[in-house]
Design a binder for this molecule. Structure first.
Ligand SMILES: NC(=O)C1=CN([C@@H]2O[C@H](COP(=O)(O)OP(=O)(O)OC[C@H]3O[C@@H](n4cnc5c(N)ncnc54)[C@H](OP(=O)(O)O)[C@@H]3O)[C@@H](O)[C@H]2O)[C@@H](O)CC1
Ligand SMILES: Nc1ncnc2c1ncn2[C@@H]1O[C@H](COP(=O)(O)OP(=O)(O)O)[C@@H](O)[C@H]1O
Length: 311
């Protein structure tokens, strides 16, 4: 079933038809996360991947990853209309520019060091009427009343939002919506915790860990055809080779890359997690479970995709 959720390019595809994704990622503290996420979006098939990075660092990113379209944050922000598209705002796409299909915001944000900038970038991304994924430091920046209000409002408007917390970030998201229960309880029933978070935030929640749980808010129940009554699915593939800093940034870019190609949010999150885990296993097979680094996961991604598509 997961294989059927993966987009395959049409014979007459061109780069824009294969989906334009924007990654607002990286900081002076954590620049590498931005490249990992953007590379992953490309590898999952997105045809045109843009990266909005801290001003002044554009050239370094462009050299590190020449096929990415790199812009400074200031340039990106100035392209947004302050009005004209209703209270939520919209990106000021020029006439000749194809529409954005998905935004990934937050991998590599320094939510403590650059708290104000991180928050403003996350809120700005959420005001855009396209699927938005929030990850990493972006999740920490999201956790206040205004962030919650914006995500819920997107849900009411039928706009997909995906949140990809690890256990620590999930605890922050839970505290923000006043979810009861200790960390231990959350650990005992992670599927329940993912579902509670999804419903409270009005977002698809991909709760990462040794097992990963993808839960959808009620509206998206149909997004897991053939699944159990509750809109939550467990993904138990993969192993400890993935327990290295940066693999979560890869996963965020993968899911955003799928959404940019039109895969609905909950399927993109689940399929992304499956391919991510398979790529980790493939990387471990090529080397060793000990030595895998996130770059190896990116390198193994095409083989993992192929294995799923051929299955
Ligand atoms: N190459 C790069 O540029 C990289 C950049 N990166 C970027 O760095 C930014 C900060 O992200 P971050 O995850 O390092 O820090 P943060 O959000 O403060 O959470 C950490 C605290 O949460 C807790 N915790 C509980 N469970 C946990 C779990 N399962 N996994 C992890 N933590 C868990 C734990 O606290 P404890 O429970 O131990 O008290 C821990 O102290 C973010 O933008 C990210 O994208 C990284 O991706 C690495 C590669
Ligand atoms: N022991 C494990 N077994 C399987 N997958 C794991 C394990 N540890 C971590 N992972 C996966 O690795 C990724 C780590 O993401 P995250 O904690 O956000 O790291 P980072 O922020 O450093 O990129 C997640 O997709 C998680 O599910």
């Amino acid at each position: 079933m997961v294989a059927s959720w993966l987009p395959v390019p049409a014979r007459d595809a061109h780069k824009y038809r294969r989906g334009r994704a924007l990654l607002v990622a990286g900081s002076r503290a954590y620049p590498g996360a931005a490249v990992l996420a953007a590379r992953a979006a490309q590898r999952m098939g997105a045809g045109y991947v843009e990266l909005a990075v801290p001003d002044g660092l554009e050239a370094s990113f462009a050299v590190a990853a020449p096929s990415l379209v790199v812009r400074g944050r200031h340039d990106w922000q100035s392209r947004w209309r302050a009005d004209g598209a209703g209270p939520a705002g919209a990106p000021a796409n020029d006439v000749e520019e194809p529409p954005l299909r998905a935004i990934c915001v937050g991998p590599g944000f320094d939510a403590q060091g650059d708290a104000d900038e991180s928050r403003s970038l996350v809120l700005q991304a959420l005001s855009c009427p396209v699927p938005v994924l929030v990850d990493g430091g972006g999740l920490t920046a999201l956790c206040d009343a205004e962030g919650l209000r914006l995500v819920r409002r997107r849900f009411e408007r039928g706009l997909d939002t995906v949140l990809t917390p690890h256990a620590g970030e999930a605890a922050r998201l839970a505290a923000c919506v006043g979810l009861e229960g200790s960390a231990a309880e959350a650990e005992d029933a992670p599927d329940r915790r993912a579902l509670d978070l999804a419903r409270a935030w009005g977002a698809v929640v991909c709760l990462k860990g040794p097992d990963t749980y993808v839960a959808a808010p009620a509206r998206s129940q149909e997004a897991f055809p053939g699944a159990s009554a509750l809109p939550v699915r467990a993904m138990r593939w993969g192993g400890p080779e993935l327990a290295k800093a940066g693999t979560g940034d890869v996963l965020a870019g993968m899911i955003a890359g799928l959404m940019a190609q039109g895969t609905p949010a909950s399927r993109a999150a689940f399929a992304g997690a499956c391919v991510h885990a398979l790529a980790g296993s493939e990387a471990a097979r090529r080397g060793s479970v000990v030595s895998v680094i996130p770059e190896d996961v990116l390198d193994a991604l095409p083989a993992a995709l192929n294995a799923l598509l051929m299955s």
